[in-house]
Design a binder for this molecule. Sequence first.
Ligand code: ZN
Length: 325
Amino acid sequence: MALISYLRSWALIGALLLAIICVSGGLLALRRPSMADWPRLETQSGDGFGVWFYGTSSLAFVDRDGAFVLDGFVSRPSIGRIIFSRIRADDTLVRRTFSSSGVGSVYAVLTAHSHYDHAMDAAAVVRQFGGEVWGTASTAKIASAEGVAHRLVSAGDVLQAGGFTVRVFGNGHSPGGIAMDDIGDDFQVPAKVKDYRYGGGLGLHLTRDRCRIMVIPSSGMPDRDLAAYPADVIFLSIAQLGRQDADYVRRYYDATVKASGARLVVPIHWDDFTRPLAKPLVPLPYMVERTDKAMRYIMAIKDDDVQVRLSVVGSALQLPAPCNG
Ligand SMILES: [Zn+2]
């Protein structure tokens, strides 16, 4: 009897220890790296040309006449909503967010690919500010379901959006992507997250006067030699980059930053997009992403004359001449 109760108490202690290990392991996995020590871009308040960042790969290029938007994903539904409900754009939030960036009218919203964290709000931006949604056939299905104007865009196209010239090229998805096929003909909004399927990826090179900006929205390879698209600034996805080996990161860096000749690298798509933009951007937890490693990789690879600066939200970014001042 004494032996049984002795063994029972050890089993209890063992179970307790296991529970503690599981819980603390879980909590550890939910911790996030800090981005606080990496240098950030300055902001500017001029009323001329301004570039605004909204987390993920969402950017607005705004001048006095209108705006060209990439993705424009600002609704950022919570993890609970993603898992348990169908999602749709928050039109009020879209209106407020872009209005506070000085956007009065929009020429076009280019959707980099049709996963929800790129494509979900594009139609709402057009509904609120005019213009049309640009993107792949999958993006066109979203725009049709939302009842807004759209234009099919393919790699190699050169498009005009007011004073902005936009060259589009193919941009592979970051490794490990899910839902990598096309959106179905029966797509409707509100939609489940899994209904927003990849549909092919696009990157862009944008010029305005002498300013040349490249955006790589996803951490996959471009479909062409980007030496043909010289840029002053590159907005570079680092999504899932910390989970790749050094050889992949080197090839990615060479094919994007080095090929474009950009001297300013602005990492994008590193933030936890299940948190609202009203809160400070934080990286995804360690269990999902290794943003800290991705940043260290880039800093180790970059040439001495290349600066790496994180983007801020809520103000126009101070970019080097000839893009600003
Ligand atoms: Zn994606």
